[in-house]
Design a protein around this ligand. Structure first.
Ligand SMILES: NC(=O)c1ccc[n+]([C@@H]2O[C@H](COP(=O)([O-])OP(=O)(O)OC[C@H]3O[C@@H](n4cnc5c(N)ncnc54)[C@H](OP(=O)(O)O)[C@@H]3O)[C@@H](O)[C@H]2O)c1
Length: 285
């Protein structure tokens, strides 16, 4: 399998461009096995969150793999109930305990609500204290994106949002460019949406390159410069998803995929509803 690529962030850290996500993967054996398998296959980047409630299994799998901790990139995310007023600092220490590590590679604000400015100050302090290497944001698509970026001393290294061929986020990419912030795609495969996965163009290109439709979509993200971490618990999909570094889509093919953009999100919640819904959830320690 050809080597994967890295993206240099605005703080100089290098993140593996391809990882595995563990959203909705239960804690315990399912998460442990998926991460263990991925690490054996060559993955070096795992995307979790406190809200996913599986950080302990991620940490155990990394430790048991025997791979040097500095060779594995772990991203996790703070939930809005953990923002500001000293709570963020305390939560970071709890995260380190759950992950069984002395540092977090990338820590994100999971949602654009609550005391995000207070949380960001505490995250900056955690970078200075050596507990966190890079900090970033997720789901900031309102004007709160610019508000946070302007207030920040350390500019967000990444913005993690929904992004796939039906929802390509070109406007958001323009908004984060002045801060040197890189785009990370969640739902890179549209959360497995059948319409997207069966799009004839991907089947056609897959036939040309001897790849599946999923591999063509992931390759498109890579050539767009986007950081991705598709989720799978199936061994063959985990293997295939990393096997995308031995072919290259042409400029014309990239253009054909760009033309599929139709502004279609698979997850949509207005800001007011986010405030009510997300603040009423409290992830267990
Ligand atoms: N920041 C946020 O708010 C946020 C929100 C959502 C997600 N995320 C992150 O983004 C990651 C990815 O998002 P996601 O898991 O929701 O969606 P996704 O990666 O776009 O899609 C996952 C689905 O695609 C299927 N799949 C994976 N590889 C495949 C392949 N090679 N061929 C066919 N089907 C394949 C999986 O099924 P199988 O298991 O059967 O392979 C699963 O049903 C998450 O795990 C999480 O880390 C972040």
């Amino acid at each position: 399998m050809a080597d994967q690529t890295y993206v240099t962030l605005n703080d100089g850290n290098k993140i593996p461009q391809m990882g595995i996500g563990v959203y909705e993967v239960p804690d315990g054996k399912p998460t442990y096995d998926a991460v263990t398998n991925a690490l054996k296959l060559g993955y070096r980047h795992i995307d979790t969150a406190h809200a996913y409630q599986n950080e302990r299994s991620v940490g155990r799998a990394v430790k048991d793999s025997g791979i040097d901790r500095d060779q594995v990139w772990i991203t996790t995310k703070l939930w809005p109930t953990e923002y500001g007023g000293g709570k963020t600092t305390a939560e970071i220490d709890k995260m380190l305990g759950r992950l069984g590590t002395d540092h977090i590679d990338l820590l994100l604000l999971h949602q654009q609500i609550g005391d995000y400015l207070g949380a960001w100050k505490e995250m900056e302090a955690a970078v200075k204290a050596g507990k966190v290497r890079s900090i970033g944001i997720s789901n900031f698509e309102s004007e709160r994106l610019e508000e946070l970026c302007e207030a920040a001393t350390i500019k967000p290294s990444v913005l993690q949002v929904e992004c796939h061929p039906y929802f390509q986020q070109n406007e958001l990419k323009r908004r984060i460019a002045p801060y040197g912030t890189k785009l990370e795609a969640w739902y890179p495969l549209g959360h497995g949406n059948a319409g997207l996965m069966r799009e004839p163009l991907f089947a056609k290109l897959g036939e040309k390159y001897g790849k599946s439709s999923a591999q063509v979509i992931l390759r498109w993200h890579i050539q767009e410069g986007t950081i991705i971490f598709p989720r799978s618990t199936k061994a063959d999909h985990i293997r295939d998803n990393l096997d995308i570094f031995d072919f290259q889509l042409t400029d014309d093919e990239m253009g054909q995929i760009r033309a599929l953009d139709r502004g279609e999100r698979f997850f949509n919640m207005p800001l007011a509803q986010q405030e009510a819904t997300f603040m009423s959830f409290r992830p267990a320690d």
